[in-house]
Design a binder for this molecule. Structure first.
Ligand SMILES: C[S@@+](CC[C@H](N)C(=O)[O-])C[C@H]1O[C@@H](n2cnc3c(N)ncnc32)[C@H](O)[C@@H]1O
Length: 592
């Protein structure tokens, strides 16, 4: 059960209205734990999420409510009895507030079917009917607010299919079309190809105020645990706090400044001298994914499979022969940590062989599938899975994600977590069902916010490999220690990823071509882009994985303008950006 007092969050402004909504959210979450198949509670919580400005979480709850309506309506469905029983309780109690909405309550007698012989709808059917319209309203407006226009329109049309004159749904359809015209740059009289509507949006990327799983990565306990685990993979390294430049979104005129603002994050440091060419880290991970059906990679480590012949070492699972491992070691690791949770359930099939433009998303959802399998088989919460618990999520403080409704409000916040109905809500629930997990009874583990948090962690840290056949990304992995190494355009290591992720100390440095090697105490400096490129291209390439414009010494030196041509510092930009880094991930060191 979630703790009722929010922790692990940077949200500390005491806004009574917000506090009240957060308390109500907790009450409803506890209610769902007691009565997991209650679709009215899901709708109630969706409304609270909308009021708290989490449209993605509202859509997640409205979709679960819609699935429960299907359960109520179809006797052959697995949770029919439970969903019906929960709804019956509302049918005999006072009419649910969440359905006293706009024209809804008046429309209850206009049911298309399900009327009883005396012409009056059975109360439970009437509730299910009204609830379905409410689900379509919440789903369509929420998905519109997330930027998922195609899915928003789909749900809106489904609602209008039941109640063509419903004013709220008609209004929402108008908003969707208006936003679509803006995004696709179409005038009012041009036809709109509804199939081409954008469906990928962005939502808040934050440590939710109620998330009690996020560790304090800077605490002695976290660092000592991480260092204990790191000892085998990188015996000459340690995880420590690193002071990194605060990144801006784009080009800056501050390259010549001697001191720039920094923030505290984690990094890897050498604890002993490391020779040029020496291995620095060799990391094994089970958090891997491959999106091709017939691919010759190991299901566990994602390394190439050896040729399948006697004594090659490759092994397949005796219970689902399609799953192949490159060695007995990988087979044993998979059996111990995740495979029985997905064995013979065809779970991965939902995201295999995607369209070229969906390759990235399919890899992310398959990484999520692996986290779900690790969590289910080890019987731990997904956010406690060791492969993701301590990794960087690029979270932004809750308060800077909030929407300011005051008259003098500035521009709306820039939300940064990619989101879509398909990959963030529908597919994860489908994966869980394939794993034979009751998605209602396990809400605490598989709630939409939990999935969003896991996604936030992969998105900043996963590595992908492209197929040599068609250049599409088809293998991905998260190496929780490798991804602690920060970037520098004069790196002291280089990396190679096969079955394991390996970091080597460079023989020669890029800047000055001096001898490589790393001295005890120095930070391990990885590279997130091709460091042989000119500065502008390096910065553009690195900005995706880095999350901003590279401000390393080399970039600043190469891009710096002569003294007589310098402009004033745009410190306001930094302060704005620094605010996000400060409370999201450690204390702010401020401008020097
Ligand atoms: C893969 S993580 C690296 C580990 C991370 N520092 C941590 O605390 O876990 C990537 C993030 O680290 C930060 N980072 C890495 N290299 C950096 C650099 N040279 N300058 C500024 N920030 C950097 C950025 O915030 C980036 O999004």
């Amino acid at each position: 059960m979630e703790a009722s007092s929010p922790s692990g969050s940077s949200f500390d402004d005491r806004d009574p209205h917000r506090e009240h909504l957060l308390a109500r959210r907790q009450e409803l979450t506890d209610g769902l734990e007691r009565s997991p198949y209650d679709l009215i509670l899901y709708l109630d919580r969706a409304v609270v999420y909308s009021n708290l400005a989490y449209p993605d979480l509202a859509a997640g709850d409205a979709y679960r409510a819609l699935l429960l309506i299907d359960e109520v309506s179809d006797e052959s469905f697995e949770y029919h009895e439970q969903a019906l029983e929960a709804l019956n309780e509302h049918a005999v109690a006072s009419f649910p507030d969440v359905l006293q909405h706009g024209e809804l309550a008046d429309g209850g007698t206009n049911m298309a079917d399900g009327d009883s012989p005396d012409g009056r709808a059975e109360p439970v059917k009437q509730l299910a009917y009204l609830a379905s319209i409410r689900c379509y309203q919440i789903l369509s407006i929420s998905l519109l607010l997330c930027g998922c226009l195609k899915s928003a329109l789909n749900f809106c049309d489904r609602g209008l299919g039941i109640v063509p004159d419903n004013k709220e749904l008609r209004d929402i359809k108008g908003y969707i079309e208006r936003v679509a015209r803006q995004k696709l740059r179409k005038s009012d009289d041009e036809p709109l190809d509804l199939l081409s509507l954008p469906d990928r949006g962005v939502v808040r990327r934050e440590i939710y105020p109620w998330n009690t799983h996020e560790p304090d990565r800077f605490s002695d306990a976290s660092l000592s645990l991480l260092n204990k685990r790191l000892a085998t993979a990188a015996p000459k390294c340690a995880v420590r706090v690193s002071h990194l430049p605060v990144l801006l979104d784009g080009a800056t005129n501050t390259d010549n400044y001697n001191n720039i603002p920094t923030c505290s994050q984690l990094g890897l440091f050498a604890t002993q001298d490391i020779e040029p060419g020496e291995s620095v880290l060799s990391e094994y991970t089970l958090l891997t994914a491959n999106n091709r059906h017939k691919e010759s990679t190991c299901d566990a480590c994602s390394g190439e499979l050896p040729p399948l012949q006697d004594n090659s070492g490759a092994m397949s699972c005796p219970d689902c022969c399609d799953t192949v491992f490159c060695s007995e070691f990988c087979f044993d690791q998979a059996q111990a940590k995740y495979h029985p949770g997905v064995c013979d359930r065809d779970v991965d099939a939902v995201a295999k062989d995607p369209d070229a433009k969906e390759s990235d998303e399919s890899l992310y959802v398959l990484l999520l599938a692996r986290v779900l399998a690790l969590s289910a088989h080890q019987d731990i919460h997904p956010l406690e899975v060791e492969e993701i618990k301590y990794i960087w999520g690029d979270f932004v403080p809750t308060r800077s994600n909030d929407i300011d409704l005051s008259v003098n409000a500035g521009p709306p916040p820039d939300w940064t977590l990619p989101f879509s109905f398909k990959y963030s809500i529908e597919m994860p629930l489908h994966l869980l069902e394939k794993m034979d997990i009751d998605i209602y009874a396990t809400l605490d583990r598989y709630d939409t916010w939990v999935l969003n948090t896991a996604y936030a962690k992969f998105r900043g840290t996963a590595s992908a490999r492209k197929s040599t056949r068609d250049g599409r990304p088809d293998v991905a992995a998260v190496h929780p220690f490798w991804c602690l190494a920060n970037h520098d355009c004069d790196p002291n290591v280089t990396w190679e990823w096969g079955g394991r992720m390996v970091l080597w100390a460079r023989e020669t440095r890029v800047v000055g071509h001096g001898r490589g090697g790393i001295k005890a105490g120095e930070e391990i400096l990885n590279h997130y882009c091709d460091v042989d490129l000119p500065v502008q291209q390096r910065r553009e390439w690195a900005s995706g994985s880095l999350g901003g414009w590279c401000m390393c010494q080399r970039c600043r030196q190469e891009a710096g303008t002569p003294k007589d041509k310098r402009d004033d510092v745009e410190m306001a930009d930094w302060v704005k950006k620094a605010d996000g880094v400060d409370s999201a991930d450690g204390q702010m060191d401020g401008a020097h």
